[in-house]
Design a protein around this ligand. Structure first.
Ligand SMILES: *[C@@H]1O[C@H](CO)[C@@H](O)[C@H](O)[C@H]1NC(C)=O
Ligand SMILES: *[C@@H]1O[C@H](CO)[C@@H](O)[C@H](O)[C@H]1NC(C)=O
Length: 390
């Protein structure tokens, strides 16, 4: 095939598949945690005053992967597909070695390289990536902004203007096989907002997982894979389900830019300041667990958890989002049990060790019992009550 007629995405994917961050495989997994006690057991413990260790706080604030990310963003922004010379050097650099020609636009139509359509897309990609990169940083108040950033655009899309309140109640539905043990469907659907995770199927599981989806929370890899898959083309839940997505690889802004225009409901990207907050919190819990529970020296944390790749799970950020946009938060389908399937909707057997789920579990426990100990969040933020259903 001549290069000039190769579909757009065969080129875009060269970039997109290059990075291998943790969310690469996150599509295939759900949330795996140690079994939780029931909510009554959790609530019975007396609250403890916050004692935050300054050493851990300081370490949790260091982003070991930022150098690599910066390089990746700079390289992406420098590329210019219009100029054939650059394009050639880019393709032949050896960094990108997989071509997937199955990819098409949201309507399944290949976009020709060096066409005006391609060029517009490329400019949009650069604009979106640049804006996101500029906006990064640590802002302890970002939790107070989540209603404006997420609820307001979704409400506006649904024809409800001006509701700058939190949802009265939210269900965050994870994908653990423990969901099959209970008929929580009606309970889940009874919440004002139902947040689902990473494209989990609900058809056929209504009694266990409910059928309502207010918005789905995904990592950008879901959209990226969907953009390549026959019959999915940009809309993993269909065009009408609002999506909130965190960017796990900067190159995924290509998928976003292409897919956003045809997604009828909002396709929102998490604010990078919110991503930063979640990163710090999970890292703090991971460090804390490493020294306090596992009794290991702090210096070994980086190698034990591949420090520069360390990432929160989608479930964790969805719960954090719910804290910001809901008056009450109910968590379903988080946790594992020897007697339950790993995912309710797949046959995946094993745990993938990409995140520190034990640490995230410690965090959820604190959310239920004593949210005031969560680090990095502004004192102005008021935590909603959290209940975990097992
Ligand atoms: C904070 O944690 C580190 C690592 O566990 C420990 O060495 C240090 O003594 C702790 N500091 C305080 C004030 O507890
Ligand atoms: C995404 O699409 C919506 C609807 O077409 C549009 O309003 C919004 O500006 C787009 N966002 C970006 C960043 O292009």
């Amino acid at each position: 095939m001549k290069r000039s007629v190769r579909p757009l995405f065969s080129v875009l994917l060269l970039i997109v598949v290059a990075a291998t961050l943790t969310c690469r495989v996150a599509t295939r997994r759900g949330i795996g945690l140690v079994p939780l006690q029931n909510e009554v057991g959790l609530a019975a413990k007396p609250p403890v005053r916050p004692v935050l260790n300054a050493t851990l706080l300081k370490l949790a604030a260091v982003d070991l992967g930022v150098g690599k990310l910066k390089l990746e963003v700079e390289q992406l922004l420098e590329e210019n597909f219009r100029s054939q010379g650059r394009h050639r050097s880019f393709l032949s650099s050896g960094r990108y070695n997989r071509i997937d020609v199955r990819v098409r636009t949201s309507r399944g139509i290949p976009v020709q390289l060096r066409s005006p359509q391609f060029y517009r897309l490329w400019l949009g990609f650069r604009r979106n990536l640049q804006g996101w990169w500029r906006n990064r940083g640590y802002h302890p108040d970002i939790m107070l902004d989540l209603v404006r950033l997420v609820r307001v655009p979704i409400d506006r899309h649904n024809g409800l203007v001006g509701s700058e309140r939190r949802y009265s109640s939210c269900a965050v539905v994870g994908n653990s096989g423990i969901l099959l043990k209970s008929e929580y469907g009606e309970l889940i659907d009874g919440h004002e907002a139902v947040i689902r995770l990473n494209n989990a199927r609900i058809g056929g599981f209504d009694g266990n997982v409910g059928s309502k989806t207010s918005f789905s929370f995904v990592n950008s890899n879901i959209l990226h894979l969907c953009a390549r898959r026959e019959g999915c083309f940009c809309h993993p839940y269909g065009v009408t389900v609002p999506m909130v997505m965190y960017i796990c690889q900067p190159a995924h802004f290509l998928d976003y830019t292409l897919c956003n225009s045809s997604h009828k409901a909002p396709l929102l990207i998490t604010d990078p300041r919110f991503d930063e907050l979640c990163t710090r919190i999970v890292k703090y819990y991971s460090l804390k667990r490493f020294v306090e529970e596992m009794k290991k020296p702090l210096e070994e944390w980086g190698s034990a958890h591949d420090g520069s790749m360390f990432h929160y799970s989608s479930g964790m950020q969805a719960v954090m989002l719910a804290l910001g946009v809901c008056e009450k938060v109910s968590i379903f389908g988080f946790g594992k049990s020897v007697s339950a399937k790993h995912h309710y909707h797949t046959n995946q057997k094993a745990e993938l060790h990409l995140h520190d789920y034990e640490a995230e579990y410690d965090l959820y426990r604190d959310l239920v019992e004593r949210p005031e100990v969560l680090p990095f969040i502004s004192d102005k933020f008021k935590f909603p009550p959290v209940v975990i259903y097992q």
